[in-house]
Design a protein around this ligand. Structure first.
Ligand code: PHE
Length: 470
């Protein structure tokens, strides 16, 4: 594709909102609060913030700068920096191609919950044993229900990508991201006023768990666990190592202030994660106590929260509706970014038009998504390996991409930039507009030395190497 035909964001704001749209996703809303509650509240927040300003900042700068400098999709971008790194483009291509289908499967579940609440049937989602959730994922009565929602979610994602960078992605982000901000702030403001008449617990008690650093029983090994959790979360939350920031960076205008945009994306992402914690932790603690908070991942959002909404009476319908609409917005802007990364690679490699490439990718995502849905019925099995226990197809795809491929891609990216291509050329790209860019030495030290080591620790942790630490 010729340079002139490449799409581009019309403004820095458009770029920031689209990249923040990618970064803000399911990870911010369900995983961040869960980890914060588990890892000593304020202690986790503090560690996360330090890592965001160092580790996250350096990786994000590298990816966005590679994108803008090369103006290529991830598939070709790495190769054009150094011909020995062509394989890295393929590795980076595999990640979004596999994440897209299963992310859309989860997006489909969220749509089902949103519609349930919006139609006033929220009460049916209250089921402490998880019966409603099992039906939604297809493990219960109908194996086709999740397929319907998958098609809907993939269709919505494709509809945005189909219209391209400015008319699709940028327009959609400019509407959904501010809306997301308004909803999440309203929900947080409401959440902190709650009180459970039965137990007498208030949201303020929950807030303390979230915000006050807890050093209770803290040992060096436990602290290491907190750092590991924060690192893994940060890395996923900023949509790094999946080719996305390279793709979006390639659409960034040459005269945009990159350093400032990176700060804004990080602030937005961290702020939304923090605010999600202000909603989740106080409400769940208030109505379900400490036990409720220990529910991890999907069960926190799909089983515990509906119970909480159920305890709110009539308000529960409104709050539940607003919450799941918020999750749809967050998930949709993320899935759009994943699909765009794949579509950009297909367009570049095959010279297909955007519309045809989009159709091809949609069909591929639906096919793998369908198999993923059937993982809960016809292809049901329970896999246990590394850090996965009793997982289905979705868990395996998730493990393979997040725990294996992403750290490898990120390590290789740091080595490529730090040791072969040169951090100075990346910094030149960042600073080419003449704007000030702070933390330059930090960037170099992180990219060459610290980040590869941290990423290696993340990778080893995926294989349970540190499980002896408890
Ligand atoms: N960053 C997103 C989140 O925190 C996750 C994501 C995954 C985004 C895959 C895009 C692609 O939820």
């Amino acid at each position: 594709m010729s340079e002139t035909k490449r799409g581009s964001f019309t403004s820095s704001l458009g770029f920031v909102l689209a990249a923040a749209g990618s970064a803000v996703g399911l990870g911010n809303l369900w995983r961040f609060p869960y980890l914060a509650a588990k890892d000593g509240g304020g202690l986790f927040l503090f560690v996360y913030l330090i890592l965001a300003l160092t580790f996250g900042f350096a990786l994000m700068t590298t990816e966005i700068a590679i994108g803008r400098k090369t103006k290529k999709s991830p598939l070709e971008a790495y190769k054009s920096l150094d011909s020995r790194f062509g394989w890295l483009g393929w590795a980076a291509a595999v990640v979004p191609s596999l994440i897209l289908p299963y992310y859309c499967v989860i997006g489909g579940w969220v749509c089902k919950y949103a519609v349930t609440y919006l139609t006033g049937n929220g009460a049916s989602a209250v089921d402490a044993t998880g019966g409603f959730f099992y039906d939604v994922i297809g493990a219960g009565s109908s194996m086709w229900a999740p397929v319907f929602w998958l098609v809907l979610f993939v269709g919505a994602t494709a509809a945005v990508v189909f219209f391209g960078v400015e008319k699709g992605i940028e327009k959609c982000s400019k509407v959904l991201m501010p809306a997301l901000l308004v909803i999440i702030l309203a929900l947080a403001a409401y959440s902190v006023t709650l009180k459970d008449p039965e137990s007498g617990r208030t949201a303020i008690d929950g807030l303390k768990i979230y915000l006050v650093p807890s050093f209770e029983g803290l040992t060096v090994t436990k602290f290491f666990g907190v750092v590991l959790d924060a690192m893994g979360q940060l890395f996923y939350s900023l949509s790094l190592a999946m080719g996305i920031m390279i793709t979006y960076g390639s659409y960034m205008k040459d005269d945009s202030n990159m350093g400032k945009s990176i700060n804004q994306i990080e602030i937005f992402d961290t702020f939304i994660a923090f605010t999600a914690g202000l909603i989740m932790i106080p409400t769940v603690y208030c109505f379900l106590g400490t036990d409720g908070l220990s529910a991890a991942g999907p069960s926190l959002m799909f089983i515990s929260l509906p119970q909480v909404f159920g305890s709110m009476g009539t308000m529960g319908t409104f709050v539940g509706s607003a919450f799941f609409v918020l999750v749809i917005f967050a998930a949709l802007t993320s899935s759009v970014s994943i699909m765009e990364a794949v579509v950009s690679m297909v367009m570049e490699k095959t010279k297909l038009t955007r519309h045809t490439a989009c159709a091809v990718v949609t069909i591929g995502a639906l096919a793998i998504g369908l198999v993923t849905c059937f993982g809960y019925n016809i292809f049901y099995f329970e896999a246990t390996f590394a850090s996965v226990s009793g997982g289905q197809i979705l868990d395996i795809l998730d493990w393979f991409t997040n725990n294996l491929m992403m750290p490898i891609v990120a390590i290789a990216t740091c080595v490529l930039v730090g040791w072969f291509f040169g951090t100075d050329k990346i910094l030149d790209e960042v600073k080419k507009t003449g704007d000030k860019f702070g933390r330059q030495n930090l960037y170099v030290v992180m990219t060459k030395y610290v980040s590869p080591v941290l990423l290696l620790i993340i990778l080893l942790n995926s294989f349970g190497v540190f499980s002896f630490l408890g």
